[in-house]
Design a protein around this ligand. Structure first.
Ligand SMILES: *[C@@H]1O[C@H](CO)[C@@H](O)[C@H](O)[C@H]1NC(C)=O
Ligand SMILES: *[C@@H]1O[C@H](CO)[C@@H](O)[C@H](O)[C@H]1NC(C)=O
Ligand SMILES: *[C@@H]1O[C@H](CO)[C@@H](O)[C@H](O)[C@H]1NC(C)=O
Ligand SMILES: *[C@@H]1O[C@H](CO)[C@@H](O)[C@H](O)[C@H]1NC(C)=O
Length: 693
């Protein structure tokens, strides 16, 4: 019954649209929130484009055009050597550098699964300065081209005046197109990738990490709907922009355009241009976008525009008017939760449509769009990696990520094979303790280590204690260890080769989400352990520890330094006594490149720095310091004013991230002040008060 009604409705509305289209009227009907082009548009475009399509693009699917047997050594990406007399645009250089630094990159062509050209294919508009001539001769000469099989071709601009058909000027054959302004009519499902159009200035890494998410509700902005941009007086893509002045009311809807662009604008100007240009000058683009709740994203000459990425960056909800555009990364991103898509010819409906959206709904959309921007669009590196992940997921079906992996924090670029985001930051009610033993002294019943194990074992939250034995001394016998309750299992693992990152590697074998790592030399009471664990359960995405350090930028030497000086602020906690989520260890293993891991194993304290940087990168929050009643009595390394050995570690990671993700905090969690009333807590953690573990 329902389905039937829907069909009738669709048929009636199509008939209506056709009628209106041919009689040239604007429709006054409900605006559709859908990316589907109207039914007749497709037919018209199909007729025009069919010749062109058969000429330039094979009808490809992964099964018919991709040679899976090349991917037997995994998803390895090869980049051709650069050709001397072919210059690369800065954007293409950024793309290639992102690939070089990727964990998927290989220099060994015989294990390559995916090939990337070192010929700049970004701008294929013959009228453009960046257009590379005779590209076909170079491409056909590539040794492994093989009609484009297993190749990916990046493109931002295709076609040219007057029709802007998606023509790259060479036969891309079986190559996957990663293209901006992707059209519904030429997109090959499950094969091509729709990428965003970005400016030359788009950062290579890091992106705008200072921009904070707006979190005010209700979310009042000065303007409801904003647009400021070029107007093409005639030709393809000009209709919507030419009509924008109708909705401009100088009050809550600001839609201003200019005709002043290109060399010969004066010859083409119409009677509105002078007035429009004047009004245009009255508004500042950045202020307008940041002060509007919604921003129009009408098509340009091509379907996509820079505006799309710009507005989501500044927390403006895009209202997209570009019929037949496949939105960037629509393959994996659910844009219905972050953007509004309307029919180009229904521009006049846009104000009513956005007025009908509830403040709460708008708030959610803005938060989602900013999150998506941060995860997938904020840098070239992220755009490239999102593209690669989309391609990889098509044949690496062992671990398909769900829509919620892609559309919720921390996003699919950081979702690991063994995790799904549902349990990512779920705290566990128990923890596993790891104790690193390096001591060259004989361990016996009165050793400090025994006392520590006993204190850990008395925690009601511990389920397993793992002793990592790196000491050259003989291990004590099983019966010599302190007696522990039946809820705790003690295990000693001998690690012959001394290297600090074993702490992290071993965390992976752990049955709980929480890892509490200890160095053998710390003095810590059961009360302090329980308290720290309680803090972690409330903030399970963050690292909770006792010893802290901070970082600073040395202008003179132009590099980062780590300092253990006792300051009010801190940005890291050390793992000599700290709790963290096993997810971060997993990231450490699978995400970082080998050279960073090597540094981590060789420099004491480096893995501590890395883990803090990873956690801050993902949560955009500082770790949490718990106050201790007395010195932990551990390694003096962290108490030094400046820990220069950790400087190169931090600088290496900063290059990897493209920015330094660490954030400073002054918060200290104190058991006496935490959660409960004071008297209650004095009872709960009373041994901390006595400072007598
Ligand atoms: C696929 O690639 C493999 C390895 O390079 C090659 O031996 C094989 O001939 C290719 N298959 C096709 C159908 O091209
Ligand atoms: C390149 O990869 C092939 C296939 O995996 C392998 O047999 C060969 O040893 C590799 N060559 C180098 C130099 O690593
Ligand atoms: C938005 O407008 C208000 C005044 O209406 C102004 O104070 C504020 O600076 C504007 N925001 C931005 C980002 O320019
Ligand atoms: C603990 O202290 C001893 C003696 O100072 C030292 O040899 C050992 O390496 C330290 N253990 C750790 C894990 O740092």
């Amino acid at each position: 019954m329902r389905a039937k009604q829907r069909y009738v409705l669709v048929i009636v509305s199509c008939a209506f649209l056709i009628l209106c289209y041919f009689s040239g009227y604007k429709v006054e009907g409900p605006m559709e929130m859908s990316v589907e082009p109207p039914c007749f548009m497709e037919e018209i475009e199909d007729n025009i484009l069919s010749d062109y399509k058969s000429k330039y693009r094979e009808r490809c699917t992964m099964e018919s055009c991709f040679n899976f047997s090349k991917c037997q050594s995994g998803f390895k990406v090869f980049v051709y050597p650069t050709i001397n007399d072919l210059p690369l645009t800065p954007t293409y250089q950024k793309i290639l550098r992102s690939v070089y630094l990727s964990k998927y990159y290989t220099q060994n062509v015989s294990e390559a699964c995916l090939f990337i050209l070192s010929i700049d294919t970004l701008d294929r508009d013959v009228l453009s300065n960046d257009y590379v001539r005779d590209i076909e001769s170079y491409i056909l000469n590539l040794e492994h081209w093989n009609s484009g099989e297993n190749h990916i071709v990046f493109n931002l601009y295709s076609g040219t005046w007057p029709d802007y058909y998606e023509d790259l000027g060479f036969d891309t054959g079986k190559a996957i197109l990663a293209k901006a302004s992707m059209a519904e009519s030429t997109y090959r499902y499950d094969f091509d990738v729709s990428i965003p159009l970005v400016h030359k200035e788009h950062p290579e890494k890091g992106g705008d990490v200072t921009h904070s998410y707006s979190s005010h509700l209700p979310d009042m902005k000065t303007h409801l709907l904003g647009f400021k941009g070029k107007r093409y007086v005639y030709g393809i893509g000009s209709e919507t922009r030419n009509a924008l002045y109708h909705i401009h009311n100088k009050h809550d809807i600001i839609a201003v355009t200019t005709c002043k662009h290109g060399k010969s604008w004066k010859d083409m100007k119409d009677e509105r241009c002078d007035a429009d240009n004047k009004e245009y000058e009255r508004y500042d683009y950045d202020v307008l976008i940041q002060n509007s709740s919604y921003c129009l994203v009408p098509r340009g000459r091509r379907l996509g525009s820079f505006r799309f990425v710009e507005v989501i960056q500044f927390g403006c909800i895009p209202v997209i008017l570009s019929n037949g555009w496949k939105l960037p990364f629509f393959e994996v991103i659910d844009w219905t939760k972050a953007a509004i898509t309307g029919d180009e010819r229904l521009l006049f409906q846009a104000p009513d449509l956005v007025r009908s959206i509830s403040p709460l709904q708008a708030f959610n959309m803005r938060q989602t769009s900013q999150l998506l921007w941060h995860i997938y669009f904020s840098s070239i590196d992220r755009i490239v990696h999102t593209t690669l992940e989309i391609v990889r997921e098509r044949f690496d079906r062992l671990m398909p990520r769900t829509s919620s992996n892609w559309n919720a924090a921390p996003g699919a670029l950081l979702t690991l094979d063994s995790h799904n985001s549902l349990n990512l930051f779920q705290p566990s009610s128990k923890f596993t303790a790891i104790v690193l033993v390096k001591s060259t002294e004989f361990v016996n019943g009165i050793s400090h280590l025994y006392k520590l194990v006993q204190n850990i074992g008395q925690s009601k939250y511990v389920t397993r204690i793992l002793i990592l034995w790196q000491s050259p001394m003989k291990q004590p016998y099983k019966r010599q260890w302190p007696k522990l309750g039946s809820h705790v299992k003690l295990e000693v693992v001998a690690i012959p080769n001394i290297s600090s990152s074993y702490k992290l590697v071993f965390s992976l074998r752990i049955p709980t989400n929480a890892v509490f790592s200890f160095s053998e030399n710390v003095t810590i009471s059961t009360g302090e352990i329980d308290f720290a664990f309680n803090v972690w359960m409330a903030f399970s995405g963050r690292i909770v520890g006792f010893e802290s350090a901070s970082h600073y930028w040395d202008d003179f030497e132009s590099k980062w330094y780590v300092t253990g000086k006792r300051l009010n602020q801190y940005s890291m906690v050390f793992l000599n006594a700290a709790i963290y989520h096993v997810y971060y260890v997993d990231l450490f293993q699978s995400w970082l490149k080998e050279d960073i891991k090597r540094e981590a194993t060789q420099v004491p304290g480096c893995e501590d720095v890395i883990l803090n940087m990873i956690a801050s990168h993902i949560t955009r929050k500082a770790p949490i310091k718990v106050t201790q009643r007395r010195n932990l009595g551990d390694t003096p390394l962290f108490h030094r004013q400046e820990i220069s050995s950790l400087s190169s570690c931090m600088n290496l990671l900063t290059r990897f991230f493209g920015y330094n993700p660490l954030l400073r905090s002054e918060v200290r969690m104190d058991p006496v002040l935490f959660k409960d009333s004071v008297s209650n807590l004095r009872k709960k953690y009373k041994d901390i008060e006595l400072a007598n573990p």
